[in-house]
Design a protein around this ligand. Structure first.
Ligand code: ADP
Length: 490
């Protein structure tokens, strides 16, 4: 592993406080928490630890900006223009923002710079284009009435995001909310608050009115839960673990908030003998190890048709052995550090469980180095459906390979999970591809590709992988209420 170097030009840490009503303020309690560089285990800085009091102030600011501010009432095209301006400012700062993301999250700089950040800009621009295209219908009702529908912003939205793609998750949530004319109280993940705070500064610079975007860093059970319970919040959008979503659903029941959830997965990635095996192996490798395996849609259950099993294992093992793990700031690094010690320990405990259950550890299984949360790309073969490495979301660089013989069997086994976020099929038989795309119970099915995202294409989960969709026009719907107006024509 390369020794950890400081980034060529260290990103400046400018924003570490709560952003409420356009002001940077310390937490009311005066408390702060540390954010750690997962590649070195060193403290980067301390950040305001918001809780109920700060959330209350942020909701008041968002409420005022929604109820009496200019945002909701301004010409929709002007709202779009401000969003474009924010996208431009992010693009101007793209190198610095990528470095900040890598510092706080541990992901390779080349992914932050050429993956996450361009998608952030694209998402904001895409939704900026929607701002003036949100409209209702005229409805031909019985009788002498004129009936039309309007789509109005849902109001103040609470947005709680995870640490795996910190800026991108913020953009996925801000984009549709801003386009619809909502105002926002966001809580970034406690592991990675820095880029979201920087984005808030850029939003202010872009001219987005004070109070429209508020950011309260802090912990889930305090700051997060306060957003969910606050009667001034109309909707909560959450991305994270399904177990947290269960708590949020309970907490939100008192005020009957609108909820959208984007949760975890244990996505089946199905490889048939008639596929282009090199492409399938490369897509499988990327589909699991991307972002250190910390993707909700990671293809973590790889079903391979028996006939090509040995060949596939050889290809996957070879790619793992040459994968460059180490200093996230080295432009050649392909795999950086897991986000924190808790995740590192959880992943390692699954590796141990896999070995104990009798799966064959073909590559990896160990820590890399003795500083920073680096884990070898790990490949398990001979995995059985009921082993924990085949049933649980690990959220790390651990891939499980399972064998299958025929189509019906693999559809049944692929669907045999309470998750339903994504699935993939590799085959040259178009009939088989369509059949699987039809039968797999997942919000996204990739055919002969993996992790192909586009802001225009909706994303979300079946079953316990989520409620509602993000991205595309579908993602916008979650931020609007429908109003029906019926007028007597005399
Ligand atoms: P992960 O294990 O990936 O960190 P979590 O679901 O725990 O996933 O966290 C995702 C986000 O949800 C984080 O911002 C976290 O602080 C927040 N969170 C955790 N617990 C709660 C809760 N009880 N209420 C609201 N938000 C929470």
């Amino acid at each position: 592993m390369a020794t950890i170097t400081k980034p060529a030009s260290a990103p400046e840490i400018k924003q570490t406080q709560c952003f409420i009503g356009g002001e940077w303020v310390p937490a009311a309690s005066g408390k702060t928490f540390e954010t750690i560089n997962p590649a070195t285990e060193e403290v980067i800085t301390t950040v305001a630890e918001g809780d109920a009091k700060d959330v209350d102030l942020a909701v008041k600011a968002a409420r005022e900006a929604f109820d009496s501010g200019p945002w909701r009432k301004m010409d929709a095209r002007d709202r779009g223009r401000l969003m474009h301006k924010l996208a431009d400012l992010i693009e101007d700062d793209i190198d610095e923002l990528a470095r900040l993301e890598t510092l706080d999250n541990g992901k390779p700089i080349r992914e932050a710079r050429h993956g996450d950040l361009p998608l952030v800009v694209d998402c904001l621009r895409y939704y900026a284009g929607w701002a003036d295209k949100i409209h209702g219908q005229t409805i031909p009702v019985r009788g002498n009435y004129f009936c039309y529908t309007k789509r109005e912003p849902v109001g103040v939205v609470g947005q709680i995001i995870p640490w795996n793609f910190p800026m991108l998750m913020a953009a996925w949530k801000w984009g549709p909310a801003l386009a619809a004319g909502c105002t926002i109280v966001m809580k970034p993940a406690e592991q990675t608050p820095l880029t979201c705070l920087r984005m808030a500064r850029l939003a202010q610079k872009a001219g987005i009115p004070d109070g429209v975007i508020n950011v309260v860093p802090g912990y889930g059970p305090t700051a997060g839960a306060s957003i969910v319970k606050h009667p001034g919040v109309d909707k909560v959008a959450f991305t994270g673990e399904y177990k947290t979503a269960q708590i949020i659903m309970k907490d939100a029941s008192q005020t009957l908030k609108r909820l959208t959830f984007e949760l975890g997965g244990k996505s089946p990635n199905i490889i048939f003998a008639d596929s282009d095996l090199d492409a399938a192996a490369a897509g499988t490798h990327m589909g699991l190890y991307l972002n250190q395996g910390q993707c909700c849609c990671a293809g973590s259950r790889v079903f391979v048709e028996e006939k090509v099993h040995d060949k596939l294992i050889d290809k996957l093992a070879a790619m793992n052995k040459s994968r460059k793990v180490g200093d996230p700031f080295d432009p050649n690094t392909e795999q950086g550090a897991q986000v924190d010690k808790a995740q590192f320990d959880k992943i390692m405990s699954y590796v141990e469980a896999g070995k104990k259950a009798g799966a064959k550890c073909v590559t990896g299984g160990k820590r890399v180095g003795d500083k920073g949360y680096f884990i070898e790309p790990t490949l398990f073969d001979d995995v059985q459906d009921d082993m924990s490495i085949a049933t649980d979301e690990i959220f790390g660089p651990v891939l499980s390979v399972l064998k299958f013989k025929d189509v019906d069997e693999v559809i049944q086994r692929g669907n045999n999970t309470f998750f339903g976020l994504a699935a993939a099929v590799w085959t040259s038989d178009v009939t088989k591809a369509h059949r699987l795309a039809d039968e797999l119970r997942a919000g996204t099915v990739w055919v002969n590709c993996y992790d192909v995202f586009d802001t225009a294409a909706p994303f979300g989960g079946f079953k316990m992988s989520g409620i509602g969709r993000e991205l595309g026009e579908k993602g916008l719907e979650a931020y609007t209420e429908n109003k029906t107006v019926t007028m007597s024509l005399g």
